[in-house]
Design a protein around this ligand. Sequence first.
Ligand SMILES: [Zn+2]
Length: 365
Amino acid sequence: MKLCNLIDKIESKYPTNLAYSWDNVGLLVGDYENDIKKILVTLEANEAVVDEAISNNVDLIITHHPFIFSKISRVNSGDLKGRLILKLIKNDISLYSMHTNFDIAKDGLNDYFMEIMGFKNCEILEETHSEKLYKLVIYVPVGYEDKIRAVLGANNAGYIGNYSHCTFNTSGTGTFKAEEGTNPFIGEIGQIEKADEVKIETVVQEGILNKVVQEVLKAHPYEEVAYDVYELKNQGQKEGLGRISTLDKEMTLEELANKIKSTLNMDKIRLVGNLDSKINRVALCTGAGSDLVKLSKAKGADVLITGDMKYHEAQDALDMGMNVVDCGHFDTEDIFKDVMKRFIDSFEEFETIKSEVYLNPFKII
Ligand SMILES: [Zn+2]
């Protein structure tokens, strides 16, 4: 599959517009036209990971942490990042990063963490987006309406809640006069034509609007397609960072911490709070989420599971009577490899391997 087509598939599920504005996600190195057969998934790409990709003949590396984050003003062999970029290009390896868009998106990292813990009915902890919606109206000659509706559905237009392929259709008459230099599908040049047409209306999320319009224009038989796009005031699907869930069965903080240790395969774990505190509602933010302690408590959570908690943040949590399990940044996010491999494998077109390079910079002895 061409890289641009794979990226279309990835971004229809994990749109880049969900990422924070300070983030850097998408294709960071590579050629959209490259043919992709073998993919390496990894939390991040350092020199060892790039070498691993080369020795495994990988075409694409997918990382969670952006490979290029701060501004680069030159690419040369004089620094590590430049050397790695050159190495990727020389070996024809592309690199794609999906970071906060993957944290926020449905079925991304936070949902996957809750899934492997067995916590269900998750809600969003901190709302970051309410997707903008547009109404797309297309005028189609009779006989072509099924084809255009199929294109809309295949490109995820027409979603209302869990209903897909939603459209409204009205029959009518289109009129037009083909001027000199045109090649009309119906009628003659210089004559006013009347055509039986169907007006198809559907709703489209902002993130896929351009792609949907492009695909409709490609499939439509007319040389000049009449279509309208209206901005809607309806609220789209809400997205956000972190998850919160009420447990089916109460557990103690100690039981929860042990469950996390066995799920994430950890030897040790840090926590704030009484080991025998009763836990009924759990908040989660993978990576660095210690600033969500207050919000988690306000939303009724008995504990926040996250990483990167600092000493004074831990003191504040203790003062407000909030439990925190600090699994560390690495351990909450290394599962990126598992969820991403599962997603890529669902296409049944690629060989996907998980990086075996151990990337946690910390050692606990
Ligand atoms: Zn991270």
